[in-house]
Design a protein around this ligand. Sequence first.
Ligand SMILES: [Zn+2]
Length: 371
Amino acid sequence: MKYILQIFAGSWHAEHDKPEDMIRKIEEISARIPVEKVIIGWNTDAAVYRTLGTYLHEKGIQMVLWLPVFTEISDVAETDQAVDLFGRPIETPVEQEGKAFVFSCPSSRRNIQAVKDVYERYFAECGFDGVFLDRVRSQSFVTGVSGVLSCGCENCRQVFRQKGVNTDAVREQYELKKDSFFDMSAYPADGQFVLDDPLAQRFFEAKEEIIAESVWDLSRFFKEKGLIVGLDLFAPVVSRFVGQNYGMITKYADFIKPMLYRRTDAPAGIGYEYALFEQHAPKARGRVSLPEGITLLETQLDAVGKVACGKYPGIEINYDKEIVRTDPDYIAESLAAVRRHGFEGAALCWNIMEAPEAHIEAADRQENEQR
Ligand SMILES: [Zn+2]
């Protein structure tokens, strides 16, 4: 199995690890397991990528830029912020890991252009082989129902209308039905939910289309530059809430990294996101109980397996006593499950610079057991 290593090099202008330290870490890992790509971003210090790129290319490893799309860009470019269907700005959640996740509008031409401009301004000359688009989604239940019932800006309302969805009617339907708005008529553990209310269902489908169309635009832009395109996706069981349809969004993508995080008590963690749904729509009927342990991972891998592009499920390898309580056995059993599904590889997330030695050993151990 091939591996992708993910390195968080700090946000835009933040302090970052020295490239020599990154190289040492990659060296340590690639001596044990086959590394195919390194995803790194989104610091604007070009010197890091030049040093790292020279090293990686000598080793035949691809260097892929980690680029946030509908969050973070607002720090370095003018963007249009997302609003909910009630006309309120999506509230800013409590900061986690220095990231506040302020979402911008997914249909705004200005926002799409901002991503392209930021790439051109900071990263075009850094020797990247590809881009990895993160935050290609709406806000989740992290900010309550307001997060998922978005974006309701004037432009999005018009795009929804073109898709046959009247967002005023959707909002009224939610106000009338409250939790029952989220009643499910189907919720396969290895797929996406279907809402009982046709208007509610159509809203989520149209939101997926809006996000996919913007991702297609960006994907084509980067592919025309000869770059490969990867996408960071929520686990299938929670992806529809944030407007990610695996079959649709991946149309021009080369690979995906579904965030199959079972131990992450923060945004994108499967249990974390699902619990927020349960908390904000406790009376919704037809919900599933998430399977426990490795069974949860197996169901998500089954769902991911239906997509045609390269699949590198993301498993947390870093540790944090508050938000990522991983351990070596968790890493080994997760990677073994990915291997059993016969995918192209696995991604060690989301920052190898914070991965304990024992976790890297666990990855190495399960790799060698298979040889
Ligand atoms: Zn909008």
